[in-house]
Ligand binder design. Sequence first.
Ligand SMILES: Cc1cc2nc3c(=O)[nH]c(=O)nc-3n(C[C@H](O)[C@H](O)[C@H](O)COP(=O)(O)OP(=O)(O)OC[C@H]3O[C@@H](n4cnc5c(N)ncnc54)[C@H](O)[C@@H]3O)c2cc1C
Length: 461
Amino acid sequence: MTAERLVVIGGDAAGMSAASQARRLKGPDELSIVAFERGHFTSYSACGIPYWVGGDVAERDDLIARTPEEHRARDIDLRMRTEVTEIDVAGQRVRALDLGSGESYWTGFDKLVIATGARPVRPALPGMDAPGVHGVQTLDDGQALLESLDRAPGTGRAVVVGAGYIGVEMAEAMLKHGFEVTVLNRGEQPMATLDPDMGRLVHDAMDGLGITTVNRAEVTAIRTGSDGRVRAVATGDASYPADVVVLGIGVEPETTLARAVGLPLGPHGGLLTDLSMRVVGHDNIWAGGDCVEVLDLVAGRTRHIALGTHANKHGQIIGSNVGGGYGTFPGVVGTAVSKVCDLEIARTGLREKDARAVGLRYVTATIESTGRAGYYPGARPMTVKMLAEYRTGRLLGVQIVGRDGAAKRVDIAAVALTAGMTVEQMTALDLGYAPPFSPVWDPVLVAARKAVTAVRRAGTA
Ligand SMILES: Cc1cc2nc3c(=O)[nH]c(=O)nc-3n(C[C@H](O)[C@H](O)[C@H](O)COP(=O)(O)OP(=O)(O)OC[C@H]3O[C@@H](n4cnc5c(N)ncnc54)[C@H](O)[C@@H]3O)c2cc1C
């Protein structure tokens, strides 16, 4: 029997999870696996880059879950520094370019996995490629940033462009290096994944941590000195001195190859898949991770959400299906957590503007509480905002900003959203309580009670 060949494009979370799971289910006699990765690393945690740059994680290699050699020892033919430049869908083959030798060749496939991830947004502004301006997408980026920081130790000035979760995590990392940190944010408040009233809390907390945040700041140029290195970041009406600039302005699905051959893309530019993560209309092509769109189970629409938590699940499911098992990915509720220093930031479900965009009427309830019993040493405040559907009281979304265990409380809401619970049903949830962990009424339950009242009032108004 000739083994089928699985070809994987992209050697990180989604791609190598798929390859590894397929290999668990089928040996090399049944399935040969060839994976192409154009970068220097495979199976690494980009999520850990802010903590490595900030010094919480000592070594770059601590972020590498599995080396190329470890993959190869499991009979996965992983070809590093090799870029796939073309997919021939009808001919069932991909063209690969060895970036070291310059050699280009075709490899046939029976099954193909596209796991090409996302590419960072880099506006074509003057000075964007100047030394001292850094993205943080890859381990190479992280290494280059650390080298830049060494050039301006201690008293330097860092400007972070973008105030999403990567921006705020990198602001913390810069602070830990002793830099004076300014965050330039295009939006109304930092963390646009929150409603502006909750983003305001993040802004205030960043102020308290010594991070200057400038909202509604549109970067127009990176200014450089006579040596060509970055000196400042210009916005429409101001200039911010900088020894180092970190970019965290978001990502777009990397679907260049897929687009070129007409594979189906969604409204956000990501590949469209069915529940088994097979590309719509193509029986032998799967896609997962940051290059696909996912179904938002609350809004009922697809979205592009670039998160490692989804990429790993996609890879596992693809690998199961490719390897003769079975798995599906039903969609997401939009859960994400982050932090800046000791301030924790969490969200799940819909923001107010998301609810409006899909025609849902809603009520909101916002409460202040603490992560432990108020009398227990170390109790710190947290704010919980809850959205519930008008009349039905169905939970629509939760945002939490606070300290001391605030972030992972959002998981209660993620489960409730997935289960389609009403806020009234949530008030009866049997959550754990002891003074060191929670007040007797957990902050999420307090918010649910307030939301119940808001639903009742709105329903009778
Ligand atoms: C700084 C940072 C912090 C993050 N923090 C978190 C977090 O806290 N929580 C979370 O859930 N997520 C986080 N993420 C997101 C997470 O890292 C990504 O969602 C995840 O890595 C996506 O995995 P992927 O396999 O889809 O794509 P990627 O990890 O981008 O891998 C795609 C791979 O494909 C390769 N490739 C692309 N095109 C080709 C080609 N044509 N030929 C060959 N190879 C190709 C690329 O080189 C790349 O290695 C963070 C990301 C960053 C950058």
